[in-house]
Ligand binder design. Structure first.
Ligand SMILES: C[S@@+](CC[C@H](N)C(=O)[O-])C[C@H]1O[C@@H](n2cnc3c(N)ncnc32)[C@H](O)[C@@H]1O
Length: 306
């Protein structure tokens, strides 16, 4: 996806479809209030994202995120909502593990892809997934509240102001339930360009801590610490965070290799540990809403022992 996942693929899709001569979007140094850079470039984003999802990078992160969630979720069927759930891959992986998942997304193309993805599953898995079209910011009004797990993966990077979305996530989750956010790590932004030998691009990104401009469609990045603090202010306390894609992020559109299981294990182990996890393109933050009693946890605990 653009930004963390597919900004580069968007350029490639354009090249492949013969529209490479069009100039890239004008670089913007400041986000417009209320801007959603997914919606602004929805067609290019959706095509690039669906390509990306087939690639080694796409599948690595679905596997890592699912592994992290599996080890922290209660050992019983849970009620899950996936905000900006896209083509439903994460929902299907959770439904296969026995959980019921509502996918909420505002992109009709991706919801159609999700419909196809779910239909290809065994009936008892497919029955556990439902699809709703709408804006994540309005999710509590659309799908209710009291969820055991609220996912929001690779969505915040498109939102100039993630505040309304974070408020919605905090309202959706039950007291004691979990919020799972995956987004781009601003502290490691330059690494992808650098490993692709785009030295000038990497230098600019490193010095500006931003990819808003140049060859990338606009996205925004966060840090685990800042995002953790924002969630804490909403009564959702960070429990752990993982790095996602230390070694495979720059492999762009390559298909999963034969040694995919080895790669996943390597990425998992690296994503658990400093300093490796800090170099990952994405971070996966898992936080817990305070129980009604108001008992507070410790913010930003180091990850659980591997
Ligand atoms: C890069 S995709 C990620 C999809 C999925 N979460 C995943 O992990 O593969 C971003 C998704 O966020 C959705 N999205 C962006 N802004 C949204 C919003 N305000 N409300 C609901 N969905 C949104 C897009 O339609 C798209 O499906």
């Amino acid at each position: 996806m653009p930004g963390p996942e597919s900004s580069t693929e968007v350029s490639r899709v354009r090249a492949a479809t013969g529209s490479a001569k069009k100039p890239p979007p004008a670089p913007r140094s400041a986000a417009r209030p209320g801007e959603n850079t997914w919606t602004d470039f929805a067609d290019a984003r959706a095509r690039a994202y669906l390509d990306h999802a087939q690639s080694v990078r796409g599948e690595v992160r679905f596997q890592l995120v699912t592994r992290a969630l599996t080890r922290i979720l209660p050992r019983r069927p849970c009620r899950v909502v996936d905000i900006g759930g896209g083509f439903g891959r994460q929902a299907v992986l959770l439904a296969r593990a026995g959980h019921s998942v509502v996918v909420l997304d505002n992109d009709q193309t991706l919801l159609q892809a999700a419909t196809d993805q779910v239909a290809a599953e065994e009936p008892e898995v497919a029955r556990r997934v439902s699809l709703v079209q709408g804006a994540g910011e309005q999710a509590p009004e659309l799908v209710g509240t009291g969820f055991d797990l609220v996912c929001c993966h690779s969505v915040l990077l498109y939102l100039a102001d993630p505040g309304p979305m974070l408020n919605a996530l905090a309202r959706l989750v039950r007291p004691g339930g979990l919020v799972s956010v995956l987004t781009v790590n601003r502290d490691s932004l330059a690494i992808r360009d650098g490993l692709q030998a785009d030295w000038r691009g990497a230098l600019t990104t490193l010095l500006e801590s931003s990819e808003r401009g140049g060859r990338y469609l606009p996205t925004r990045a966060d840090t685990p610490l800042e995002l953790g603090r924002r969630l804490t202010r909403l009564g959702v306390l960070p429990v752990e965070w993982y790095g996602v894609r230390v070694f495979s992020d720059h492999r762009l559109s390559e298909p999963p290799p034969e040694e995919f299981a080895d790669l996943c294990e390597l990425e998992w182990q690296a994503g658990l540990r400093d300093p490796y996890r800090q170099f990952a393109r994405l971070f996966h933050l898992v936080a817990r809403r305070e129980p009604e009693s108001g008992l507070r946890g410790e913010p930003l605990e180091p990850p659980l022992a591997p």
